[in-house]
Design a protein around this ligand. Structure first.
Ligand SMILES: [Zn+2]
Length: 144
């Protein structure tokens, strides 16, 4: 069962898109929990990485890029940067039919979270939409 689910999902987390080759531990996860009447059929089981699986059950957060103010930007520069994250990036994502909503202030007012899965989806869409081959997709293996 586990292997059938992982094979169907190409060994990739359904939330953050982390791949087993990138060191992610994968778990099968019931989309509708068994306790709520969910079945054990493959259609009700999704592949999640361990971090996303725990986050779904309220433990920690899914892989995210954390942006924390270092205090080196001026107040105006930080306002522009926050505006870029909060409005411009989601607007660009929407143009490519990707939902990307930076989450602000899970812990405090100076910390931002950008879900890695949303960034990967945006990266894929930008690559597919790039007819002039000017956009190069992010490939982790080039940096490891
Ligand atoms: Zn994940």
């Amino acid at each position: 069962m586990r292997q059938a689910v992982f094979t169907r999902d190409q060994h990739r987390c359904g939330n953050c898109l982390g791949h087993i080759k990138e060191g992610f531990t994968l778990d099968p996860d019931h989309i509708v929990p068994r306790g709520a009447g969910g079945s054990d059929r493959l259609s009700n089981i999704n592949t999640l990485c361990r971090k996303c699986h725990k986050a779904k059950h309220g433990e920690g957060i899914a892989p995210s890029i954390h942006l924390v103010s270092s205090g080196e930007m001026t107040g105006l520069e930080f306002m522009w940067f926050r505006k870029l994250l909060r409005e411009m990036i989601p607007a660009m994502a929407r143009a490519f039919d990707v939902r990307l909503e930076p989450k602000f202030g899970l812990d405090d007012q100076d910390r931002w979270y950008l879900p890695v899965g949303d960034l990967r989806r945006l990266d894929r869409q930008l690559l597919e939409a790039d007819e002039d081959d000017q956009y190069s997709s992010f490939r982790p293996e080039q940096y490891m």
